[in-house]
Design a protein around this ligand. Sequence first.
Ligand SMILES: Cc1cc2nc3c(=O)[nH]c(=O)nc-3n(C[C@H](O)[C@H](O)[C@H](O)COP(=O)(O)O)c2cc1C
Length: 189
Amino acid sequence: MDPLNLFNADRQRARDAEDPMAHLCTVANVDDLGRAQMRTLVLRDVDGQLAVFVNATSPKWTHLQTHATLQTYWPSVQVQYRMQVSTAAVAQTTVHESWHLRPDAPKKMDWFYEQHAHQSSQIGSRDALLAQLEEVVPPEPMQAPDNARGLLLHPVEVERLDLTQANGVHDRQRFKLVDAQWQVDTLVP
Ligand SMILES: Cc1cc2nc3c(=O)[nH]c(=O)nc-3n(C[C@H](O)[C@H](O)[C@H](O)COP(=O)(O)O)c2cc1C
């Protein structure tokens, strides 16, 4: 059984329930100092594969190059997923097409990262940020900078925790990809 089918079905139930978390995930990595770094990202679907869109000027781009940890929880259906994923770059043509659908402010921020300061770098103040943002000169016609990137997330281990059991004992299963086959184990919840 491919756990991604389960994931997609659970996520669809969350979407149907208008769960505000249904389009989000938490992505974690370990930084150069051995500390866990987590952030909320929009979880996208690129040709049937899980993906996130990020900016390559952030340190996370380097840290997420080969591997990441992903977590979702949808309160509407009370299901948590935790995944170990290998990562691969989304084709830049796909990233750029999708980039045009972004609102104006994030588009301008991507050019700010290119022309003024990298994402997640320190800046003097919010006033300084807004003043420098005014100086950003995006190209005409508008296009995505090279720093706009995407990562495909390929699950290699998936853990599903379902809180909705009638007897109150949570259902916890782990799926591991071994020799291209998914192995399923039950874990103590
Ligand atoms: C609801 C929500 C959605 C977000 N979606 C994204 C996203 O899709 N891509 C992204 O780079 N940052 C997104 N962010 C911002 C990240 O959480 C984070 O602040 C930013 O990427 C910088 O993180 P870093 O210092 O780890 O690079 C989102 C934040 C929130 C609260």
